[in-house]
Design a protein around this ligand. Structure first.
Ligand SMILES: [Zn+2]
Length: 136
């Protein structure tokens, strides 16, 4: 867990926003940024974002729910949300654990993702859900 990034402390309730400001999230991060990672699946390798994890109940869309667009592909298990105005990925309901949202660490107010240091990469090409299902 990461409680501070550069000069920015991670607050127990930390706000996040897209680029244009239409979408604002409130995240419960009592343990800071948990499990930040990149992923090399077909979607994430294009998106390039670092995602942290938060329980579903720990993320609230406080502004701009109408601006959010949902994108789904492949098994359509994961729900990827992005701002329809500026195109920035804000959060997604995970496929590897549907009880968690991933969220865009770079959207956290005051957080410079380049100050995070090394971030592990999830092997999304060989997705855990595919291995469980015995395919892929
Ligand atoms: Zn936006």
């Amino acid at each position: 867990m990461i409680k501070q990034v550069g000069d920015t402390p991670i607050l127990p309730v930390h706000r996040a926003s897209c680029h244009c400001g239409a979408v604002v999230l409130e995240l419960d991060l009592p343990d800071g940024i948990v499990d930040p990672r990149r992923c090399d699946c077909s979607m994430c390798r294009r998106r390039g974002a670092i995602a942290g994890s938060v329980p579903l109940a720990g993320l609230r869309v406080v502004q701009g729910a109408d601006a959010l667009t949902l994108y789904q592909f492949n098994t359509r298990t994961a729900k990827h949300y992005f701002c329809s105005r500026c195109g920035i990925y804000t959060h997604h309901q995970r496929r590897s654990n549907p009880h968690l949202y991933g969220y865009n660490v770079a959207c956290l107010e005051g957080v410079d993702p380049f100050a995070l240091g090394p971030v592990p990469t999830l092997d999304g090409v060989n997705h855990p859900a595919d291995r469980i299902a015995g395919k892929g």
